[in-house]
Ligand binder design. Structure first.
Ligand code: FAD
Length: 106
């Protein structure tokens, strides 16, 4: 349905932007709260089949909260898994901060 798409697009925008603004050198409390956020997110995301696949993905590769770059690249890989499932193009994860910290190219 259309709202799975617009919800998805809006959600990726929020998640990638959060990752891009996550600290380079997070404090232990910031690492903990990001882990909690991702885990709560995966419980409550309002698209059940998306959520189930996302949960499986984070069981396979748990969230990396050690730095902005690690978190952003981890999330990029998760998004690429969904892109593959939907037959969308793979995104070059070396460009993820360029895209989400500096904004889309015009
Ligand atoms: P989106 O995929 O929403 O991407 C938005 C923008 O992000 C792109 O324009 C591009 O600039 C950028 N981008 C693309 N790939 C990456 C990447 N790897 N890293 C960083 N930036 C990137 N839909 C389903 O139909 N089935 C599902 O199972 C499903 N699971 C989802 C799970 C999650 C956790 C989320 C958040 C969404 C899920 N969706 C799912 C929605 C789907 O991923 C898309 O959001 C939706 O199809 C709309 O796609 P879009 O073309 O607008 O681009």
């Amino acid at each position: 349905p259309a709202d799975v798409e617009s919800l998805g697009n809006a959600t990726w925008t929020l998640l990638h932007t959060m990752a891009a603004y996550y600290p380079d050198r997070p404090a232990p409390s910031q690492m903990e709260s990001m882990k909690t956020f991702i885990s709560s997110f995966s419980e409550h995301y309002p698209c059940w089949y998306c959520k189930e696949d996302f949960k499986k993905a984070i069981e396979k590769e748990p969230v990396k909260v050690g730095s902005r770059k690690k978190l952003s690249e981890w999330l990029c890989r998760r998004h690429n898994e969904v892109n593959a499932k939907l037959g969308k193009e793979q995104f070059d994860c070396t460009k993820v901060l360029e895209r989400w910290l500096n904004g889309p190219p015009d």
